[in-house]
Design a protein around this ligand. Structure first.
Ligand code: ADP
Ligand code: MG
Length: 598
């Protein structure tokens, strides 16, 4: 019999291991920052070029490494953080698996210079794809400087799989924010393509949050503090009115390590129950301190998931302490009859005031969109009705008719549709009836309208008397900056400041509330962007705008509005699916109805 099992060479094994540890440039940033923290650095600089695709450099003033340690730190299973199995049950460092540097150096060009205090010279090593190119003495400061270049240079499939710089940078910034929040005692400076994006002085948790998310954050925070036998909780939640529809700032740290926990997230959501609509997500920054022997960090290679010995108690304590804070700061009703009704309404569109926050503070007195309440409900739909009507007289009307649904004849236009359950519009057709989902249909109508306006360059921006100010984090500003041109094409004209934008002109079809939600959705979607080759920016923005501005299910529509939806939908180029690939309507033929009676 022939033996067929090979022992993989170290560099191949490392490449495979790298697949687990290094998904994208942000993973490298996380591992390197964690190493600097474990090396007791009090100041860390990070430099990124080309969203980390060409360079990630981390410079720290930590304890550094000896000549021997520099030579072996890139080997697999080399770590200074544990030495025996029982150490696994008392982990206080970030790393301990001894595989990050081995993995990173297997798939990039790495240069590391490190010096300990009390020695004269530093040591420098250069490694390309696990292969040592040079190893020599050099002159440098105490601490470690590591440069990771050309990530995935030897795995083209992984390199091509990386997303646009926007997206990769956002991931990096997310990692940076998580680590900065977990360690306010460390000074951190972040340069992106030579421009300083963050400069965070040594501070406390609250100041760090404010430094990261902007001065206005301070007034949104409510402290949470609980000391019990099994855990301590310290941190902050956002007042309920600052909750976001998109998952905003949600940070859990366990013993200063950022972790993802849907279970604990649920505990917090349930503490907010009754205070915010279920579609909204509370924001929180919470650090849980537990005995390291009661958790297992080693269940995932990136160590962002952990197992608690007593998850149920942690859930209960967390929920109770968040509830307690909400109550203590008079945000949560203590008794039902005391309930502050205004807290219930921000999510009801009709009653929503402009200051009822959708996540971002705006100055209501600057509201250039003031309309009375009854107008407000219909404003979006009306402006489109006008547009659609005007089209009938334009040369394009014939073209539009070509795309009409063949089953949809004048029969419908004359017979009245009806609305069911504030969600469906039922309309008669030649061969039976159709049931339209109002929200999806309106998304389709708006989407095509927007696409057409930008393609034909027909957007007429409306200048605002007073610029409208919206606050963003620095990271969000970066994303908005790189999409400024395309947003301009949509009629949005604005100036970018460090932590806010000043909107000077808006497209005719937008109002203030939509504007904030539009930006939130835009930022959320860009973060979760589809791979760049199938990505068209204007298409994405049209989709987001149609989603943001469509009439929602659950709204009553009068007859005119129902007719508008039916007629406009069937004037669309594509009628059957929404821009998000969902059915806009279903058809029931007379023959099917006949069958139902058999
Ligand atoms: P781990 O962090 O799991 O121990 P790594 O591969 O990330 O494994 O690093 C291997 C070892 O190299 C660390 O245990 C540490 O001793 C050393 N090291 C890595 N980065 C630094 C740094 N910035 N400063 C000092 N020592 C470092
Ligand atoms: Mg490490």
């Amino acid at each position: 019999m022939k033996d067929i099992i090979n022992i993989l060479p170290e560099n191949v094994a490392n490449q495979i291991a790298a697949g687990e540890v290094v998904q994208r440039p942000a993973s490298v940033v996380k591992e390197l920052l964690e190493n600097s923290i474990d090396a007791k650095a009090t100041e860390i600089k990070i430099l990124i070029r080309d969203a980390g695709k060409t360079l990630i450099q981390v410079i720290d003033n930590g304890i550094g490494m000896s000549k021997r340690d520099v030579s072996i730190c890139f080997d697999r299973h080399t770590t200074s953080k544990i030495s025996q199995a029982k150490d696994l049950f008392n982990i206080k460092s970030k790393g301990f698996r001894g595989e990050a540097l081995a993995s990173i150096s297997a798939i990039s060009h790495v240069n590391l210079i490190s010096k300990q205090s009390g020695v004269e010279l530093a040591n420098e090593i250069e490694i390309h794809g696990s292969e040592v190119k040079s190893n020599k003495s050099t002159v440098s400061e105490v601490g470690t400087k590591i440069s990771v270049k050309n990530l995935f240079f030897n795995i083209p499939a992984r390199r091509n799989f990386l997303k646009s710089n926007n997206v990769e940078l956002k991931h990096i910034v997310n990692e940076f924010i998580r680590i900065s929040l977990a360690h306010p005692e460390i000074k951190l400076i972040f340069y992106n393509d030579n421009s300083e994006m963050y400069n965070l002085p040594v501070s406390n948790f609250k100041k760090r949050i404010v430094n990261l998310f902007g001065v206005k954050t301070s007034e949104k925070l409510v402290p949470v503090s609980e000391n019990t036998e099994i855990l301590n909780i310290e941190g902050f939640i956002f007042k309920p009115k600052y909750s976001k529809k998109t998952r905003g700032e949600q940070f859990f740290f366990v013993n200063n390590r950022f972790i993802k926990s849907p279970y604990l997230n649920h505990a917090i959501n349930s503490a907010f129950e009754g205070l915010i609509d279920s579609k909204y997500n509370p924001s929180y920054f919470l650090n849980i301190e537990v005995d390291p022997s009661t958790i297992d960090i080693n269940i995932h290679p990136t160590k962002t998931e952990i197992k608690f010995e007593d998850e149920h108690s942690i859930y209960a304590i967390l929920r109770a302490s968040v509830k307690h804070s909400l109550g203590q700061y008079n945000i949560s009703p203590v008794l039902d009859f005391n309930r502050d009704k205004s807290l219930d309404v921000p999510y009801n569109f009709e009653k929503k005031s402009n200051s009822a926050s959708v996540g971002i503070d705006i100055n209501p007195s600057y509201n250039p969109f003031a309309v009375n309440e009854s107008q407000k409900k219909y404003i979006k739909i009306d402006s489109f009705k006008e547009k659609m009507n005007s089209l009938e007289f334009s040369s394009e009307s014939n073209e539009l008719k070509e795309f009409s649904f063949e089953d949809f004849n004048s029969d419908v236009a004359t017979s009245n549709p009806i609305q069911l359950n504030k969600k469906y519009i039922v309309s008669k057709t030649k061969s039976g009836l159709i049931i339209i989902n109002q929200e999806r249909a309106h998304q389709r109508i708006l989407y095509e309208e927007f696409l057409k306006s930008v393609t034909l360059n027909k957007v007429n921006p409306q200048k605002l008397l007073h610029p409208l100010e919206i606050d963003f984090s620095k990271a969000d500003i970066e994303i908005i900056k790189s999409n400024k041109n395309i947003l301009n094409q949509f009629g949005l004209d604005f100036d970018l400041k460090t932590e806010k934008i000043n909107i000077k002109a808006i497209p005719p079809f937008i109002n203030a509330e939509n504007l904030i939600e539009l930006f939130n959705n835009l930022l959320f979607n860009i973060q979760n962007e589809v791979p760049k080759n199938s990505f068209s920016e204007s298409d994405l923005i049209c989709k987001i705008m149609s989603k943001t501005m469509s009439i929602k299910n659950g709204n009553y529509l009068d007859l005119k509005e129902q007719q508008y939806i039916v007629n406009s939908l069937f004037a669309c180029k594509e009628t059957m699916i929404s821009p998000f690939n969902q059915k806009t309507y279903v058809k029931i033929n007379y023959s099917e109805i006949e069958n139902m009676f058999k």
